[in-house]
Design a protein around this ligand. Structure first.
Ligand code: NAD
Length: 249
């Protein structure tokens, strides 16, 4: 389906564009979404594992899940949706790419200036926040020989460098996301179920400030109503079509 001309026209070189992505963008790469088929690990729902309380109760169990996800993501490749968005970060100087994903696939596709709202599965931090360790650092070991992996500074458990349910977002990252939403002329929400806040609220901010809003998702979401341009399509298809339409002028 050809993208609407008013969207193509809005994506001119000087346009302020903000793109918010969620797990659906990585689905075609083989990374399961939380709410889709394959999202469950053993019999646990993500909400039972991705919390500080779950980690305090059973750090080994939570790490087994993250170790499984890290192994899975390590064997995945960016898909055409990641590649189009990566090309757009170079093509549009005023584009901000915000992701809720922790898999690092936008960066692997070559995207620059990615705002990661929920951290990275490839980062770790000291669970006790020991004074000698930085808050977060990169560690791509897969699989870890010991779970939970020990903090190299204090020997206590490491934690995954992601934002868990119930934890606050990095204030600076959130401020930049809010600014990008408020100043957007075009705001895309791509492959997200729009139920996890504050990410889901960015669309409202953009709308209140007059952005043209675009949703790319094969299914309806709580945000679908009131969207200006609804592309009921998978991200890896819709973004390629849109990119072609841009190239055609
Ligand atoms: P979600 O699992 O709640 O929703 C995924 C959405 O993607 C659904 O609305 C679904 O209809 C849509 N979708 C499925 N396939 C698609 C495709 N090919 N193209 C476009 N859309 C598609 O994910 P969420 O909204 O991102 O929120 C869940 C939280 O889980 C986020 O905070 C995120 O950090 C985390 N998460 C991350 C990853 C990852 O890093 N890849 C994976 C799972 C969950």
């Amino acid at each position: 389906m050809a993208p609407p001309q008013r969207l193509v026209d809005a994506l001119h070189a000087g346009a302020r564009i903000t793109v918010l992505t969620g797990a659906g963008v990585s689905a075609a790469s083989g990374v399961p979404t939380f709410r889709g088929a394959g999202g469950l690990w053993k019999t646990y729902r993500p909400e039972q594992l991705a919390t500080p309380e779950a980690f305090a109760r059973d750090p080994r169990l939570v790490w087994e899940w993250y170790d499984w996800r890290r192994q899975r993501v390590a064997s995945c490749e960016p898909n055409p949706a990641h590649h189009v968005l990566a090309a757009w970060t170079r093509r549009f100087p005023h584009l901000t790419l915000i992701t809720q994903n922790v898999d690092g696939l936008h960066e692997r596709a070559g995207a620059t200036r990615v705002l990661r709202m929920h951290g990275s599965i490839w980062e770790v931090g000291c669970w006790h926040g020991c004074a000698s360790a930085p808050r977060r650092w990169r560690d791509e070991t897969v699989p870890f020989p010991e779970l939970p992996p020990p903090c190299p500074h204090c020997g206590g458990p490491l934690r995954p460098g992601v934002v868990w349910f119930g934890e606050p977002l990095d204030e600076q990252v959130l401020a930049r996301c809010l600014e990008a939403a408020a100043s957007a002329e075009v705001f895309f929400t791509v492959g997200t179920s729009s139920v996890v806040y504050p990410a889901a609220g960015l669309l409202d901010v953009a709308r209140r400030h007059g952005a043209l809003t675009v949703e790319i998702n094969p299914d309806d979401t709580p945000s679908s109503e009131g969207i200006d341009v609804r592309m009921r399509e998978r991200a890896e298809v819709a973004l390629v079509e849109l990119d072609r339409a841009l190239a055609a002028g």
